[in-house]
Write a protein that binds this ligand. Structure first.
Ligand code: PEP
Ligand code: MN
Length: 341
């Protein structure tokens, strides 16, 4: 069980609550999270119930452990979490546009992408320098040099940098330079990596595994949250289906369901979810009006020459077009998006 304390709880009220729990042999741990102060009940042999905890002064909410993902549960923070990255809100009423190439390839490519993201009202420049490729013979990313090129392009345009970390070995190197650490689909259940990210002070974008249930997805997020890192953003990026005509199937119902199950922000990645550039804009528009907190898109100035995921890359001008659509559509769901200048 997790007990969420009222911000104004007095030390005496807290003591009374904790004494009651300890007298019933409960084992407790206090946590300070972006969602408030929590008392995590790690052992509850006598079965104290959330209703009993709610009877104490200074208790805002009490969440039972039935669902397993305690820190990620919507009940912890019914209003929804806002992850703030360098002053930019992700979640809440804000709508985030994050875009960039699949892989960082060159300064010219990153400059073209960064300029397009900026012009479209985007705030995050994505791009992988450590790439998880299905084949070991495919381009694996530029590594440290890619991180440097990416950082410089993001800084020139005042954008937030997001880059994937593949392995615990690379974590320190990537975390030192990027603003958001991306965990790819293939690593959603890399538990040692998730645990290490729980000890990081940087926000994490966690992508859904290609065959992961929603519960498994939230339990993966729970590894990071319970480790002490409360800044987790989820990304629905399609799941593998029986039909090979598309790379993946975009599970938009999951956006709605996830928003019911968890307080964490959810971004939709229609690029990996479809694998085909002509489907990206229609799915991006659908995602925006079904309640996603933002979009994660692959863009490339020359998709035919891309070293990775060219077929799903949209052009810079498509990104600008999309931003006008977002400005028109988002008010329907109570959000806004600045019309590009
Ligand atoms: C990516 O974002 O480039 C990527 C590899 O995505 P995913 O992990 O969703 O396949
Ligand atoms: Mn990609």
């Amino acid at each position: 069980m997790i007990i969420v304390l009222e911000p104004g709880i007095t030390p005496e009220e807290r003591q009374t609550l904790e004494r009651f729990l300890r007298d019933r042999s409960a084992v407790l741990r206090g946590e300070r999270t972006p969602q408030g102060e929590l008392v995590v009940v790690t052992a509850n042999p006598e079965g104290v119930t959330p209703d009993q905890a709610l009877g104490f002064a200074g208790v805002a909410r009490a969440v039972p452990d039935g669902q397993g993902y305690l820190h990620a549960a919507r009940e912890i923070h019914p209003e929804g979490s806002v992850v703030t990255v360098k002053g930019v809100p992700v979640g809440g009423e804000a709508f985030l546009l994050a875009a960039g190439p699949c892989a960082v390839e060159s300064e010219a490519q990153m400059e073209a992408c960064a300029a397009a993201v900026k012009a479209a009202g985007g705030r995050v420049l994505r791009g992988g320098s450590f790439k998880p490729r299905t084949s070991p013979y495919s381009f694996q990313g530029l590594g440290a040099e890619g991180l440097r090129v990416h950082r410089a392009a993001a800084d020139r345009h005042g954008l937030i940098m997001m880059s994937e970390v593949l392995d615990r070995e690379d974590l320190a190197q990537v975390a030192e330079i990027t603003d958001i650490l991306q965990v790819g689909s293939r690593n959603m259940q890399n538990f040692p990596l998730l645990k290490a990210l729980g000890r990081q002070a940087k926000p994490v974008l966690l992508k859904r595994g290609l065959a992961a249930t929603r519960e498994e997805f939230l339990l993966a997020a729970e590894y990071i949250l319970s480790g002490g890192n409360g800044d987790v953003i989820l990304s629905e990026r399609g799941i593998r289906s029986f039909d090979p005509s598309l790379r993946n199937s975009l599970d938009l119902a999951s956006v709605v369901l996830l928003k019911e199950m968890t307080h964490l922000p959810v971004l939709v990645d229609p690029s990996h979810a479809t694998g085909q550039h002509r489907l990206v804009l229609p799915m991006a528009r659908a995602a925006a009006v079904c309640g996603a907190d933002g979009l994660l898109l692959e863009v490339h100035p020359e998709p035919d020459r891309a070293l990775s995921d060219g077929p799903q890359a949209i052009l810079p001008q498509d990104l600008i077009r999309l931003s006008f659509d977002l400005a028109a559509l988002l008010p329907v769901v109570g959000r806004s998006f600045p019309v590009p200048a």
